[in-house]
Write a protein that binds this ligand. Sequence first.
Ligand code: NAD
Ligand code: WQD
Length: 334
Amino acid sequence: MEILVTGGSGYIGSHTVIELINFGYKVVVVDNLCNSKIESLKRVEKLTNSKIPFYKLDVRDKKALKKIFEKHDIYAVIHFAGLKSVSDSIINPTYYYDVNVGGAICIMQLVQEFACKSFIFSSSATVYGNPSKVPIKETFPLCAVNPYGRSKLMVENILQDMLLANTDCKIALLRYFNPVGAHVSGLIGENPKNTPNNLMPYISQVAIGKLDKLKIFGADYNTSDGTGVRDYIHVIDLARGHIKALEYLENNQLLIANLGTGKGYSVLDLIKTFEATTKKKIPYEIVARRKGDVATCYTDTSYAFKKLNWQAKYKLDKMCKDTWRWQKNNPNGY
Ligand code: NAD
Ligand code: WQD
């Protein structure tokens, strides 16, 4: 019995593959490498001393994908494959819906055809839009405000319809907050293709000297220091949340859970912690707010803890330390 990990050579996927193998699961990876390199999996193989079956294919290519389901005994699917840039999704919405929704539908159809037992979907805190209060509970109204977020919400809805129609396949919708950090080995980490959109990889590229200075998008929010507050979660904690979700689905039909630490840190908090742990100075300037950003976003962790007996254990300094080790050892990524 094997777990099919789509998007398994990407940032969260590669870290989750390590944890799955460490927990004794057999893993098969598919990825079209549009936003990752095969080197990440080579390093995962080295770290886990294992051989990972890998297929370079697009998840929208149902014919090619079907061959994988025929060849392997796929018990569960963890579906990471997709596009994740909010700004690109606004520029090219049909492409985003095609990959994120079309790709997910292809996999779901095969999951049904081959009677797989579980499906775990990478959703996002972005499905809550601009929440009226924090911490965010799973029961809050859903209101995605851009094509990327809407593509996640669409897939969540389709999966729940599938559950109603086909009680055999169990489903987890995991809404990630802000994944950061890297494997402690410094061998794998986040590898943005272009200039990073997200804060942590931007900071680490400033630290290594690839970028001059950070632009802080707004210091006039209603937060402790005026900068945006987020729930940063170490990618290994997040990966372990997937293992717990797999276990939970053994005895349950549906899981909808937020995965975060429950602690909110401002942009300035993150800069200070990064500087203190790495001894690198992060020059910055304050610029206008970024369109679409919310002031504050962090999760209520009680539901995930109750259902999964899971909580994030790594703190912000460890997230910074591990990010920096990866960045320092791999100044140009993979
Ligand atoms: P990533 O880009 O590093 O990984 C995604 C992987 O999917 C890449 O390896 C890419 O090559 C692959 N892929 C994309 N389109 C594909 C296709 N059509 N066929 C096959 N492979 C394809 O991103 P990530 O940060 O690891 O994110 C993984 C998932 O988690 C995504 O679905 C993303 O939307 C979701 N998510 C990410 C974040 C975040 O901040 N990183 C937050 C919430 C949710
Ligand atoms: C964090 C904070 C910015 C960059 C995005 C997606 C979301 C999810 C995670 C996938 C904010 C500030 C950032 C910079 C800055 N992805 N910032 N200068 O916006 O919470 O979420 O990634 O699902 O869908 O929207 O994360 O890391 O971009 O920003 O000041 O150069 O850092 O304004 O307050 P965000 P982020």
